[in-house]
Ligand binder design. Structure first.
Ligand SMILES: C[S@@+](CC[C@H](N)C(=O)[O-])C[C@H]1O[C@@H](n2cnc3c(N)ncnc32)[C@H](O)[C@@H]1O
Length: 283
């Protein structure tokens, strides 16, 4: 990190029009809404990056970032700092219980079960799905593959490595931890390669789902991503995801993340502990 006189000074206040510019840029490129309450977070994250670059003017930095296309290095780095990547293994147990019932039922049909974790962050969610699929399908003769996507390239790089702290891994039931992780030095653990090989990570912006090849998915799991988006956008994305489901496939969304969405080809699950939709076989 670059150190200079500027790096020692307090951050200047981002004025309202600058904040609005940053808000608009982020929302148009990622869908994420940074509300007024999260202005400090935005200001601190942008300011920290500017310090690293030795810059002191928000406008100057904004011009530099906005003039380059989203694929550029600076945007990639910044978007990683501005997205919330909090996650954990088996984060919402009731949703994973629902997935387990679905997998057990789906395995009767045989073949390959295609799973997609949308907004997978640093990998805990797709690896949880992989552990569950491995446990549920092991004697079924079914194969499974997991696609895991996120907008953040640094989060995906961590996910591909599959290395986690002892705090995260030791919170799992001991049998799972022993079966699916190898201890490394310094209290870290790595997901075993047999499980890592089942998960294919790739960078996908959910605002650009038309560019992705995923279709015919048996299970789409999308949690704690849509909450950062406006309601109309959440519905748009769910409509696109619904199109990617195979007949009989299951879409699992975070509880309460969408309240008034329905789709003609999908039937809402009755279980009130989860928010899940099943694609009609004739749909
Ligand atoms: C809070 S994490 C959720 C992780 C995981 N799904 C879970 O429930 O634990 C939200 C993730 O969504 C990703 N994200 C935000 N905007 C996105 C977009 N437009 N396209 C794809 N991923 C996005 C972030 O990078 C972050 O990793």
């Amino acid at each position: 990190m670059m150190t200079n006189k500027w790096s020692m000074q307090p951050l200047p206040e981002m004025d309202e029009s600058q904040f609005e510019q940053w808000q608009a840029l982020l929302e148009s490129r990622t869908g994420m809404r940074v509300t007024e309450q999260r202005k400090t977070f935005l200001q601190t994250s942008v300011g920290m990056r500017m310090r690293e670059l030795g810059l002191s003017d928000y406008q100057n930095y904004y011009n530099r970032v906005s003039q380059h296309p989203p694929g550029g290095m600076e945007w990639t780095l910044l978007v990683d700092r501005l997205t919330v990547q909090e996650t954990s293994f088996f984060r919402h147990q009731a949703s994973f219980d629902r997935v387990q019932r679905f997998l057990a039922e789906r395995s009767d049909k045989g073949g390959t079960i295609e799973i997609w974790s949308v907004g997978c962050s640093t990998g805990e969610e797709p690896y949880s799905l992989a552990m569950l699929a491995q446990e549920t399908l092991q004697d079924s003769g079914c194969y499974f593959g997991i696609s895991a996507t996120d907008i953040s390239a640094p989060a995906l790089a961590k996910a591909r490595q599959g290395i986690y702290s002892d705090r995260k891994v030791e919170a799992l039931p001991r049998e799972r931890a022993e079966q699916f992780f190898t201890p490394l030095e310094k209290g870290r653990y790595q997901v075993v390669s047999q499980l890592r090989d089942r998960v294919c990570f790739s960078q996908v912006n959910v605002l650009e789902l038309s560019k992705t090849p995923m279709h015919g998915m048996d299970l789409i799991y999308c949690q704690n991503l849509l909450i950062y988006f406006r309601r109309w956008r959440r519905k748009e994305i769910l409509n696109r995801l619904a199109e990617r489901l195979a007949p009989g496939g299951l879409l699992v969304v975070g509880l309460g993340e969408v309240v008034d969405w329905s789709h003609p080809d999908l039937e809402r699950d009755r279980d009130p502990a989860t928010l899940a939709f099943r694609k009609r076989v004739s749909g």
